[in-house]
Design a protein around this ligand. Structure first.
Ligand code: AMP
Length: 298
């Protein structure tokens, strides 16, 4: 266990970064670290000589109506978790350090950034990708670790790195759940006991729907089941539930036909529980139809 260097300014970050020899993995976070983030820290530690964690609640990715001001903050606990995982640097800039002026030039997430999360949160992914690009420039990592909890964000970061030749290897970790099945999220702190109970319909819906797909339901049939489950839960308002390609977030409407191979997909859901917006997803494999082709009529 080693206490990380806490860098607040660009000068402090530059000095600390210059002291690191070997490979660096960056873990970008908004703080309020939980076991989901812990898994990112462990992945970084296993895959690079040094870990740099950024803790920054990025105003660029919040709409004016969203929870920027009340987003949970727990810096001392965050530092302890970072120390436990031998994080070398915690970069925790203020808004002024990160944005000396409001950036006029930003990363545009494109069409993939306008669907699902992007449809509900216009401009969100432009804000995310802009800050990730800046963090890459500031911390100069060889690798960066993201969670599959934010599956669309992960797909977009991979696409940005490829499209803009950023030369950072993107690693990911599986979504981490609480004991009761709820996906860990800093925003779970907003939930009352009753809301938390109601929120469990999200993982339940995902597992039931994934099972329906495994049992041969079409995507349309499976999504009908999903919508009905959420609609039957008081206090939970569905935003979207969708079966998508993990790389493009294009909707998958059909299971693979007889000649096709199995296909990886993500079943993703977003819903509002009280005033809290939650997201969740599971990986599914769509099995190619194996039945023999029907004989042609003569
Ligand atoms: P955040 O602090 O919410 O911006 O998240 C920082 C990183 O942690 C992102 O790459 C998230 O996908 C990841 N993360 C957050 N919650 C989880 C979770 N429950 N399981 C896996 N990764 C997570």
């Amino acid at each position: 266990m080693t206490d990380p260097i806490v860098a607040r300014s660009r000068a402090e970050l530059d000095a600390a970064r210059a002291s690191l020899a070997g490979t660096v993995a960056l873990v970008p976070t908004m703080g309020a670290l939980h076991e989901g983030h812990h898994s990112l820290l462990r992945k970084a530690k296993r895959n690079a000589d040094h870990t740099v964690v950024s803790i920054f609640v990025n105003p660029l990715q919040f709409a004016p109506t969203e929870d920027l001001d009340r987003y949970p903050r727990s810096f001392d606990d965050d530092l302890r978790m970072c120390a436990d995982e031998d994080v070398a640097i915690v970069f925790a800039p203020t808004n002024d350090v990160m944005y000396p002026s409001l950036p006029a030039v930003r990363v545009c997430a494109g069409a993939m950034g306008e669907r699902f999360e992007g449809a509900s949160r216009p401009g969100h992914f432009d804000g995310v990708l802009t800050v990730v690009a800046k963090l890459f420039a500031l911390t100069r990592p060889h690798k960066a670790v993201f969670g599959r909890k934010d599956a669309q964000q992960l797909a977009l970061v991979r696409r940005m790195v490829a499209d803009l030749d950023l030369g950072v290897e993107v690693l990911s970790v599986p979504l981490v759940r609480d004991r009761d099945g709820l996906a860990l999220s800093s925003r779970n702190k907003y939930l009352s006991a009753e809301e938390r109970e109601a929120a469990l319909i999200l993982p339940t819906t995902l597992s039931t729907t994934a099972q329906a797909l495994a049992d041969g339901a079409s995507p349309a049939q499976a999504l009908t089941i999903a919508r009905a489950l959420i609609a039957s839960t008081d206090g939970v308002v569905l935003d979207y539930v969708a079966l998508v390609d993990p790389d493009t977030f294009d909707v998958i409407a059909d299971v693979p036909g007889g000649d096709d191979v199995d296909r990886k997909a993500i079943l993703a859901v977003a819903a509002r529980v009280g005033t809290t917006r939650l997201i969740d997803n599971v990986d599914v494999t769509l099995r190619a139809a194996t039945s023999a082709p029907t004989p042609r009529e003569v």
